[in-house]
Design a protein around this ligand. Structure first.
Ligand SMILES: Nc1ncnc2c1ncn2[C@@H]1O[C@H](COP(=O)(O)OP(=O)(O)O)[C@@H](O)[C@H]1O
Ligand SMILES: [Mg+2]
Length: 272
């Protein structure tokens, strides 16, 4: 059985447009994901590389049952994300850039809340919470401080700690290091590697950091304007696209430079 099986997955959004036709605002269709198909083995770490707007977060939200697809299917350890959302929610854990917390509550309280949701007994969380905070490099002495007083890097560590507290089987990491300072970034990457090695976790890592994809993942997927146009080990991708670096391979595959952070919507097949 695959840890993750995605078949022809589609998602589109409609958005109000500023331009008007006969006095009326037009609605634009944005195809966020188009026919995405791939599988992951248990224990694998797959990175999905894509620029802003390429569909990474949409993919992660569909897999974590936060969004419903418009077509195709996805299953996690054999459980359909639409029809069996409850077991899927127990198997996956999402860490996103915009990690959501109860801002007035402390990191410890947020973790305790999450552990209840996943059905952990309070006795087990009492020791587990400080332990896991320590492991992610969070200053344990600050675990009673409100989340709103913590830096982004620290909040990100708490988000990872929360994902790990409940021993996730499939970790969905949506740009876990974006916006972190270089040092926190390395710490978080080390930690991801550590967890992967010690937890028998399967990891889907969405990133727009080439190096992160290359050092952490078994296979790297290239998501471009909602389409998964390649998925292979970094070495095979380089060979396939006759590139020296992953960056060159990305360019060869998409026709666009990677660092370029402009909004993809302008180029995407968007229409009224
Ligand atoms: N809730 C939404 N409503 C309208 N459009 C959306 C919504 N979420 C995402 N999109 C659009 O879908 C596309 C993919 O977005 P997203 O999955 O967030 O990309 P990424 O995470 O790779 O930056 C973009 O064009 C984005 O503007
Ligand atoms: Mg995103």
């Amino acid at each position: 059985m695959f840890a993750l099986e995605v078949h022809n997955l589609r998602k589109e959004f409609f958005r109000r447009d500023a331009t008007r036709t006969r006095g009326r605002k037009r609605r634009r269709r944005v195809a966020a994901l188009e026919g995405v198909t791939f599988t992951m083995e248990r224990g694998e770490c797959v990175a999905i590389l894509g620029q802003n707007g390429s569909g990474k977060s949409t993919l992660v939200r569909l897999l974590s049952t936060l969004l419903l697809p418009d077509g195709g299917s996805a299953s996690i350890f054999g459980h359909d994300v639409v029809k069996e959302s409850r077991p899927v929610q127990r198997l996956v854990n999402r860490v996103s850039v915009e990690a959501s917390f109860f801002k007035k509550m402390s990191s410890e309280e947020n973790l305790a809340y999450a552990s209840r949701f996943y059905g952990m007994p309070p006795s087990a969380t009492k020791t587990a919470i400080p332990e896991i905070l320590e492991r992610v490099g969070f200053p344990v002495g600050r675990r009673h401080e409100g989340m709103e007083h913590l830096s982004r890097g620290m909040q990100q560590k708490v988000a990872l700690a929360r994902a790990l507290l409940t021993s996730p089987v499939l970790l969905l990491l949506d740009e876990p290091t974006t916006g972190l300072d270089p040092r926190s970034k390395l710490e978080v990457q080390d930690f991801i590697r550590d967890v992967w090695a010690s937890h028998d976790a399967t990891i889907l890592l969405c990133t727009h950091d080439l190096r992160e994809a290359e050092v952490l993942a078994d296979r790297v997927g290239i998501l471009d304007r909602g389409r998964l146009i390649a998925l292979d080990s970094a070495d095979v991708l380089k060979e396939e696209f006759e590139a020296e670096t992953l960056e060159e391979a990305f360019f060869a595959a998409t026709g666009r430079t990677f660092e370029d952070e402009k909004d993809e919507d302008a180029e995407r097949g968007v229409f009224a």
